[in-house]
Design a protein around this ligand. Structure first.
Ligand code: PMT
Length: 417
């Protein structure tokens, strides 16, 4: 399974706002992910950005005036409406939102919105007072009632100088929403995927912890991949600096014991658990109530006790158990030992001494080992793609026959594999 955006057609409506520059970034990120972007600029947008900026990025023609004989829309005014998998209006001004809410179609964008059967996502951008105006609020409610997804606006400093709610949300957040919407109805619909992420922290005293270098990126990427296939994705997350992914429920924990409790709660109705977290094997025997003073001593010995092995203790009758092996030597032998000793269905081994893989990178290079002795060696790829590859392997392993039958039936009816 590849990125859900690959070969999708997205109609990107851009309206007249200073946030137009963010739409260029969005068009760029969507194009890099393999989507075809049909940009429609309103008259107002053309005051802020040019068609050339978008066509240079998307390598496709940009629609402006519906009545321009050079425009595709002058020949077939609903062409984009019909071929789009999703229409995104970003930034969306109060004026365009009002037109959409009232079913007007006096330009290429609103005609497209009115004619499409594709899902619609709107990212408002305007002055805070305009957004707060009852007229705009009513229009937003109307669009929501009709199934339009409204994302934002975010709070912050606005072009007017006012600080308030009116900023268009950032590209990363919009990408999450777009992927999630396109992934609805995917091959993990009805499946709950629990992923652990990050490095647990074991407190020594109120200011010191024992932890490791896990950034949480691997676990979050797996959860996003599950979300983009229509699955219910939950991350049990040790402390990290990542924003909560769109459409993924995040359960925050600190210690290995916290993580054990949260994972145990979440797997009750889950189909698969994927432990990408770097769990502390040991915790200090005691945690001091006050900051420990360094005193005169030149040495400090801490006493540790063993943490429970979370994944080894989880039931495996109904749950697919996937672990990771973070190794600095003997990758294959160590991973195979952990696969058996922890009762796993699959283990992803990664060499954490690599500079482009393992901890804190956006990419990873893993080998997958299963219980039947199967070995899959994967090249360097994004952690998001690693997530998809793991989920591809998990899919035939689901232990609930009934749910699996439904999933297979969906595939037969034109699933996305
Ligand atoms: O978060 P990133 O910066 O993106 O980095 C990703 C990663 C390197 C942390 C990730 O790819 C990874 O390898 N995660 C597993 C880290 C680890 O703890 O490996 P391990 O070999 O020590 O443990 C084996 C498995 O048992 C793991 O699935 C681990 O989550 C689990 N475990 C370990 C100890 C414990 N007490 N309970 C557990 O469940």
């Amino acid at each position: 399974m590849t990125d859900i955006l690959k070969d999708k057609i997205i109609g990107l409506g851009v309206t007249g706002s200073i946030a137009c520059y963010k739409a260029i970034d969005l068009a760029s990120k969507l194009t890099q992910s393999g989507a075809g972007i049909d940009v429609i600029l309103t008259r107002g947008a053309r005051e802020f950005v040019t068609a050339l900026a978008f066509s240079a990025i998307t390598h496709r023609s940009v629609s402006e005036d519906m009545f321009d004989p050079r425009s595709e829309l002058s020949i077939d005014h609903v062409a984009i409406a019909e071929r789009a998998d999703l229409i995104v209006v970003a930034p969306a001004t109060a004026h365009t939102i009002a037109k959409m809410a009232n079913g007007l179609a006096d330009d290429a964008l609103t005609a497209t919105v009115l004619a499409t059967g594709a899902p619609i996502l709107v990212a408002p951008a305007m002055d805070a007072h305009m957004f707060g105006n009852p007229a705009t609020q009513e229009n937003v409610r109307t669009l929501k009632r009709r199934g339009v997804t409204i994302v934002g606006p975010a709070s912050g400093r606005l072009a007017s100088g006012l600080v308030g709610k009116g900023r268009m949300v950032e590209t990363a957040e919009l990408m999450g929403w777009i992927r999630m919407i396109l992934g609805q109805g995917g091959d993990l619909v009805g499946r709950k995927v629990v992923v652990s992420a990050g490095g647990t922290q074991e407190a020594i005293d109120p200011v010191r912890v024992v932890t490791n270098n896990s950034s949480g990126k691997m676990g979050y990427a797996i959860a996003e991949a599950a979300r983009d296939r229509g699955g219910e994705a939950v991350v049990v997350a040790a402390p990290n600096a990542l924003p909560d992914p769109v459409g993924v429920r995040v359960v925050n924990v600190n210690t290995a014991l916290d993580m054990q409790k949260a994972v145990t709660d979440e797997i009750e109705d889950a189909d698969v658990v994927i432990m990408a977290a770097a769990v502390s094997d040991w915790r200090p025997v005691t945690t001091a109530d006050q900051k420990i003073k360094k005193g005169e001593s030149t040495e400090w010995n801490l006493e540790f006790t063993k943490n429970p092995d979370i994944i080894a203790g989880l039931p495996s009758d109904k749950l697919v158990k996937v672990g990771f092996a973070a190794e600095t030597e003997d990758l294959i032998a160590n991973a195979q030992t952990k696969l058996v000793s922890k009762g796993l269905d699959l283990i992803a081994a990664n060499d954490v001494t690599a500079t482009d893989a393992g901890f804190a990178t956006d990419t990873n290079r893993v080998m997958l080992f299963d219980r039947e002795g199967g070995i899959e060696v994967m090249p360097l790829m994004s952690k998001y793609d690693v997530g998809h590859r793991i989920l591809d392997r998990v899919k035939p392993m689901f232990k609930d026959g009934l749910k699996q039958d439904i999933a297979v039936g969906e595939d037969a009816a034109g699933g996305r594999d």
